[in-house]
Design a protein around this ligand. Structure first.
Ligand SMILES: *Cc1c(COP(=O)(O)O)cnc(C)c1O
Length: 355
């Protein structure tokens, strides 16, 4: 097969490039990833004959210890396919009130599936209490929705849910007849930090969604994994949602590259986040809790009312941050290195008048 080389102008980063702390979704495909994409053998995935999509799905299923997988366009579509595949109209999903499926997915399960959401208080460490889970499960009574699914998350705003926490929640739900879904958008970050396999973290979980387009560095895509019959239902729903793609092997090739090359390196992002946190802690005016920095996210508080000024100062210095309030999230990822962190700290020091 002919190999396509990628013109340098698409790879080399220019001096003027912005330093982007907004999210790990902003990563650009690396040279190796672009090479894999450019040279991907493709078919038509709606006919099921795109070899790269099939390869990615097999790889993802194996990595997460489940029977089957489905390549989907986004984490939101992945969760939605899962929730609609688990539940019928009038069923209820128990989840955390800070979890993405409840707060950031446009209420998809309710809008498109007539599924109720029962949000439970999310603790500061990202967990939800097992007692609250059991208490919120409805009796078999025609007055009530049918409790059907527990939807967990890992990591939760950068915070790790360890084996014990996940297994306890899953056991309680299973004993009461529920299925369990894991929104594992950043499950790889949790696994790397715990020095555990992703599959070990989801042993007791029925279905898992993993984002390829966050810390793993793919431009597009997530994978949903679970039992064969569940994935078959999710496949139909993906079609219904307009998520059936054609020569998506180009994207799946990026996903395969990400799973092969970008999991272990998440450790670098975690170390960079801690390094950045320690530097930030020395700046009067910035408040953060170091012990809250577990993976690649840092939350800082800056003086009340200064967020607009701070944001535009950063932008002027070619630094992009999300600063809609005094509470700011900074995320490390594969396009952030120590040099960029040092530059950021230097700029912060002048903003806060430290010489
Ligand atoms: C990003 C994210 C999603 C959704 O992913 P998109 O690809 O942005 O739709 C779902 N859950 C969590 C926890 C996320 O961080």
């Amino acid at each position: 097969m002919k190999h396509y080389m990628i013109p340098n102008k698409y790879i080399q980063r220019t001096e003027s490039e912005l330093i982007d702390f907004r999210s790990d979704t902003v990563t650009r495909p690396s040279e190796g990833m672009r090479f894999a994409m450019a040279n991907a053998e493709v078919g038509d995935d709606v006919y099921g004959d795109d070899p790269k999509v099939n390869e990615l799905q097999e790889k993802a299923a194996a990595l997460l210890g489940k029977e089957a997988a489905l390549f989907v366009t986004s984490g939101t579509q992945s969760n939605l396919c899962s929730l609609l595949a688990h539940c019928q109209r009038g069923d209820e999903i128990i989840t955390g009130d800070k979890y993405h499926v409840y707060t950031d997915e446009a209420g998809g399960a309710s809008v498109l599936g007539s599924i109720m959401m029962a949000p439970l208080k999310t603790n500061d460490d990202g967990s939800i209490d097992t007692e609250k889970i059991s208490a919120s499960i409805k009796p078999d009574d025609p007055h009530c929705p049918i409790s059907k699914l527990l939807s967990l998350e890992n990591t939760v705003s950068g915070k790790i849910q360890d084996h014990e926490t996940i297994n306890n929640c899953a056991s309680v739900a299973k004993n009461l007849g529920l299925s369990v879904h894991m929104d594992g958008a950043r499950l790889a970050n949790a696994a790397v930090k715990l020095d555990a396999s992703m599959s070990s973290l989801v042993e007791k979980i029925d279905s898992v969604s993993l984002c390829l387009s966050k810390g793993l560095g793919s431009p597009v895509g997530s994978v949903l994994v679970g039992p064969k019959d569940f994935i078959k239902r999710a496949y139909r729903i993906r079609k219904l949602l307009g998520g059936g793609l054609r020569q998506s092997g180009i994207l799946a090739a990026a996903g395969i590259y990400a799973l092969e090359n970008n999991i272990e390196r998440l450790e670098v992002d975690h170390k960079n986040a801690l390094y950045l946190a320690r530097k930030l802690k020395k700046i009067p005016g910035i408040y953060l809790k170091i012990k809250d920095v577990q993976t690649n996210m840092i939350f800082i508080n800056i003086p009340a009312g200064s967020s607009n000024k701070f944001k535009s100062y950063c932008l002027k210095n070619k630094i992009l941050i999300n600063a809609d309030s005094d509470n700011i999230r900074l995320v490390t990822h594969l396009d952030i290195d120590r040099d960029k962190i040092s530059y950021f700290i230097e700029k912060l020091n002048s903003f806060f008048n430290i010489t």
